[in-house]
Design a binder for this molecule. Sequence first.
Ligand SMILES: [Zn+2]
Length: 400
Amino acid sequence: MSGVVTKRGAEANAGFADALPPGFSAHAPEISIEHIPCCPVCGSAIRAHFASGYDYELQTCRNGWNFWQCGRCRAVWLDPRPAAAELSVIYPRSYYAYNRSEKVTPIVGKAKAALDRIKFNSFLRRTGIPGSFLDIGCGDGRYLDLFERRGVPKDRIYGLDLSDEQVQRLCRRGYRAYRRQVEDCSEIPAGSIDLAIMFHVIEHVADPVRVVRRIAEWLSPGGALVIETPNLDSWDARLFKKQWWGGYHIPRHWTLFDAGTLRRLLEQSGLTVRYCAYQTGHGSWMNSFHHAAKYNSRLPSPSLASWFELPKGLPMLVAFTALDIVRKRWECPRRRFSWWVRSAMGALAAPEPISLPSMLWRYDIPFGPLHALSASRDISATLKLLCRVQSKGPRPVTRR
Ligand SMILES: [Zn+2]
């Protein structure tokens, strides 16, 4: 994808008031930008303004930023976005993704581990334990450890990350870790990966199509890719859409998806979407409320905002997690019931009797991938998308 780099962010600030939001650092620099006029997913130039805001989370720069929605595929992207030369500014060394385990309290760490177990079990039930594993954006390697404990040999566990320090540490421990972006990585042989995961990475990359195509090449026949990314269709995204939504993570999130646009991206890269599920969106809830309380010029309230930061915000974090878990449990039976009602109405109105195999097949829909995906537009989940895609071909051999 090509773009035009502009020194300073004057054009980026078009449409923004001169004054920074209350509480925003006056010392934050203005950074160079790159224009991305066309949709990074489908290439269309037809677009509508979607949202705008500042780097509310880290205050790394003073530029104002805009999101646009594609008129063809509905993906949302940041234009302009930070120039490549500014990556070290917007991802400072303190960026939490680099030292995830050091920044969370022990209680939060245990809760995260429990949620991880639920998440991994949900797709390992379908894939089995893989013979080889790749974590894109592996950080401190906690997921590499998880698969090593489950019996995957260390020389078949791969990790990609941009932190030199983390990669060196993982190499010393015997993993195949590389300091590479997906597009530049030549160390992973084609057709060698049974299971690849990419959690909260696709929204950061410059060219999501190229990234997914590259991963598809690495997958073995029947191999699977699991992607997790913020959900544009979630409750919190709708509620805080105009500027405060935590999922924007301005200016580090460059492309945002709902289930439909993510599906399009994956399918145009030759992958088949097997199912789509939703995770709790507690972090996004917390950041959305935090930004709205702290930077809203009508009600700037740092003390209220502190209730949405850890450690003080732990009760709110627990409450948002519980809300999402309850909603998730409630949504499934409700949708199943409404599908039965619609099916019964359809059967009564059908001109010809529906055969038993057809009924059985249709009964399977509410639990299968089609339902999860087609329902995602109105499910209003607060949750992040978790899409597992599988390359075409026979299933991998399950080790145990
Ligand atoms: Zn598009």
